[in-house]
Design a protein around this ligand. Structure first.
Ligand SMILES: Nc1ncnc2c1ncn2[C@@H]1O[C@H](COP(=O)(O)OP(=O)(O)OP(=O)(O)O)[C@@H](O)[C@H]1O
Ligand SMILES: [Mg+2]
Length: 391
């Protein structure tokens, strides 16, 4: 991959290399009985180039989608994705560029700054850049929790790191607190010393369970504070001039599956029905699922939000309680179409490239967006932490 400044052209005329790709696509589609024509322009993003194919009258979009693997073979490409383009009369054929460009954090962080300072987003998350060259930054409280899935090495931790670096750089610690869980122990080491951290980064399941317990208490405490002030949510409360504002709290878990699948037992105090409590043994995985569900259900109004990443998108891990409470989802490359359906309710994630190539579905936008995540280096993260400490 090249390390160059991010460029993307919304639509550009076809040059020689595009014409060669088009010729191959045209021949292959015709040989497979897929009839239609290409529009005479492309959108060349940093990682993939989008060709627009208009199917002939009787040609179904699903037919074009189904031949994606054949197109990849014809082009000798790692993967080709075919998706309908919402609002356009064409089907998008996404072909990986021979030379892919990294989306650099330092070229993207200005968009987070702008979202926080000018657009008044509260927890601006930098998702990435689309094929038209647009940077996508969304306000987490509107989502209000985010679930991330992706095979190993697809870019989950890198994405979390660049999101966190952007927040630490742009949002003052008085406005946002972070609670971080990293049972792999190596992903969030560069955030040590950031003034936003409520606690040291949790590196064990036991510590993460303690963080969850603290968060449940905090959510309940905040609900009481809001009720006493006759406010429905943190937005109304923070608008009151007579009280000091409550900071938002973001709970980030890298490797959720590892926690939810843990079968070892933890002692749990539960009510005994006679006004006292008794000790019950519960698997840590079940306990974590229960606590996470409680936080996710009640936290929205109180300004507490969750981002959780999982390598295993199996139905067992994310179905039910978890999925219902996380309407916003990001999927990096996944091994199979079935995995893609578990996370996104549609296929497509199995056709992504690795290294930060993602599909993003948000409750605020009907279309699934293909984006490329930024890459924050260790120096970028340390610089963000240093700036936050000095401020
Ligand atoms: N947005 C990106 N741009 C460029 N390279 C990336 C990007 N995201 C990830 N990579 C590359 O891919 C490698 C693996 O990424 P990462 O560690 O984030 O994967 P992961 O999904 O967290 O994997 P695991 O499940 O094993 O923890 C990184 O070390 C980096 O080299
Ligand atoms: Mg990881």
């Amino acid at each position: 991959m090249l390390n160059t400044k991010t460029t993307a052209s919304p639509t550009a005329p076809l040059d020689e290399k595009h014409l060669a790709v088009l010729a191959t696509l045209q021949v292959k589609l015709a040989s497979l009985g897929v009839e239609g024509h290409f529009l005479p322009f492309v959108s060349e993003g940093p990682v993939v180039t989008l060709y627009r194919f208009v199917p002939q009258n009787a040609t179904r979009v699903s037919l074009v989608e189904r031949v994606a693997p054949d197109l990849a073979i014809a082009l000798g490409a790692e993967c080709v994705q075919v998706k309908r383009l919402p609002g356009e009369m064409a089907v998008g054929i996404y072909v990986p560029n021979k030379e892919k460009k990294h989306i650099l954090f330092r070229d993207s962080v200005g968009h987070v700054w702008d979202a926080f300072n000018n657009k008044k987003q509260r927890i601006p998350l930098l998702f990435g850049i689309d094929h038209m060259g647009n940077f996508v930054v969304e306000d987490l409280p509107l989502l209000p929790h985010l679930l991330i899935a992706g095979a190993t090495g697809s870019g989950k931790s890198t994405f979390l790191n660049s999101i966190l670096a952007g927040l630490i750089y742009c949002v003052p610690p008085g406005r946002l607190k972070l609670v971080l869980s990293d049972v792999k122990q190596v992903e969030f080491t560069n955030f040590v010393g950031a003034p936003h951290l409520m606690f040291p980064v949790s590196t064990s399941i036991h510590e993460t369970l303690e963080q969850m317990e603290w968060l449940i208490d905090e959510v309940n405490r905040r609900l009481t504070v809001l009720a006493k002030a006759s406010c429905q949510n943190i937005l109304q409360y923070n608008a009151l001039e007579t009280r000091s504002a409550l900071p938002y709290i973001l709970f980030v878990i890298d490797e959720l599956a590892e926690i939810l699948m843990d079968k070892s037992n933890e002692e749990q105090e539960i009510p005994d029905g006679k006004g006292g409590t008794k000790i019950k043994l519960l698997s840590r995985g079940k306990l974590a699922e229960h606590r996470l569900g409680l936080i996710a259900q009640k936290a929205r109004a109180t300004g507490v939000h969750i981002i959780a990443a999982t390598q295993r998108p199996s139905v067992k891990v994310v179905e039910g309680n978890i999925k219902a409470n996380f309407p916003a989802r990001v999927s990096f490359r996944l091994p199979s179409e079935a995995d893609s359906r578990t996370i996104l309710n549609t296929s497509g994630a199995e056709q992504l490239l690795s290294q930060g190539d993602m599909l993003f579905v948000s409750p605020n936008s009907p279309a699934i967006r293909r984006l490329h995540a930024p890459l924050a280096s260790i120096e970028d993260i340390r610089a963000a932490v240093d700036v936050a400490c000095r401020r």
